[in-house]
Each structure stands twice: as C-alpha cells, then as structure tokens.
Design a protein around this ligand. Sequence first.
Ligand SMILES: Cc1cc2nc3c(=O)[nH]c(=O)nc-3n(C[C@H](O)[C@H](O)[C@H](O)COP(=O)(O)O)c2cc1C
Length: 191
Amino acid sequence: MKVVAFNGSARKDGNTAILINYALMELGREGIETELVQLAGKKIHGCIACYKCMQNKDRECAVKEDIANECIQKMAEADGIILGSPTYFADLTTEMKALIDRAGLVSRANDFMLKHKAGAAIVAARRAGGTNTFDSINHFFLMAQMIVPGSSYWNIGIGREKGDVEKDEEGIQTMKVLGQNMAWLLKNISR
Ligand SMILES: Cc1cc2nc3c(=O)[nH]c(=O)nc-3n(C[C@H](O)[C@H](O)[C@H](O)COP(=O)(O)O)c2cc1C
C-alpha cells in the first residue's frame, strides 16, 4: 500500500512539508509506503481547457511539457493521496490549483480513475483563511469519488516562518491523528 503526498508550497521544506511529514510518519508506522513530492521550483501550469483528455482517454493530460503527468501517474499508482498547501490569500497556492485542475479533469475523462482512493488535505496558515484552503482541496477529492478520512480537528497547522508550525501542538496532533485514520481507512477499504 502506498500514499503519495504533494506539497503545493512555493517554499520547499517549509511548514506544509513539516505538517505532511507528521501524517506520513504515522502512515509509515503502520507499514504503508510513503512519498513526498514538493512542487516548489518545478514547472506546472493550469489547465488550458483543450479538452483533449476527454477524447484521448489515455489517463494523461494532453499538455506534456511540465510535471503534471508525472504527478497524475503517481496519483494513479497510489492507494492514498495527500494534497498539502499553505494558505495564500485565503486559498490554495497556484501550483496546487494547477495540479488539481489538471488531475481532476484527467480523472473525470478516464471514468473517475482516482475513484475509491483515500484523499486528505493538509494546510498551513499564518492566521486566517485556512479552512477555505482546506475546503478547496476537499472539493477535488469529493468530486473524484474519493474517500476522505477525518481527524480530531480540520487539518490545519499555524505558523509563518519555516518551522513555526512545530510550536502548534494541536496542529501537529491533528496531523498525527489524520495519518492514523488514513492508515485505518486504507487497511479497511482494501479488504
Ligand atoms: C503570497 C502569500 C499569501 C499568504 N496569505 C495568507 C493568508 O491569506 N492567510 C494566512 O493565514 N497566511 C497567509 N500566508 C502565510 C503562509 O500561509 C504561511 O507562512 C505558511 O506557513 C507558509 O507555509 P510554507 O512554509 O509551507 O510555505 C501567505 C503567504 C504568502 C507568501
């Protein structure tokens, strides 16, 4: 079993990555393989609405010159997907939005190819807008017919500078419980 996580922050190894890693650690403890893909510094742009994926139905985006297809393939091969984003102006980053739009349309074009996988959102915020970012990511999972595990709070960690989220004890606990619940879900739906 495998969970692949994507960090949509423009900042590598920042607060979002730290929060994701707490959830991945719990998944690893349960014997689940994990991988973290950080979008920072990589090329990914938004959907160009060519709708070629709807004709091709080849489980790929027709636009090949960035990392979208590599990410979509990793999603297709995984049992669980974590999408993490910091909050930028009360919503997700442009990088994460680009990945969601591209993967979301390819999934729909291919008979909901991500259907029945587990999906979880992880969010970092300095102060406000985190729940909106959380909701935005969950829109993707819920329309892709994926199954979303919960935690002891919404999956948001508070911090501004790199590493600040380590001081948010409740945020870290939320990520750990999320990782445990995602592992429980994966083991039970794979029976
Ligand atoms: C362009 C930009 C916009 C931001 N907007 C918000 C915001 O609306 N609400 C908030 O709480 N924090 C906001 N922040 C702060 C980040 O969400 C916060 O620093 C977060 O911990 C960064 O995570 P990272 O280290 O993974 O990049 C913003 C940061 C940037 C760079």
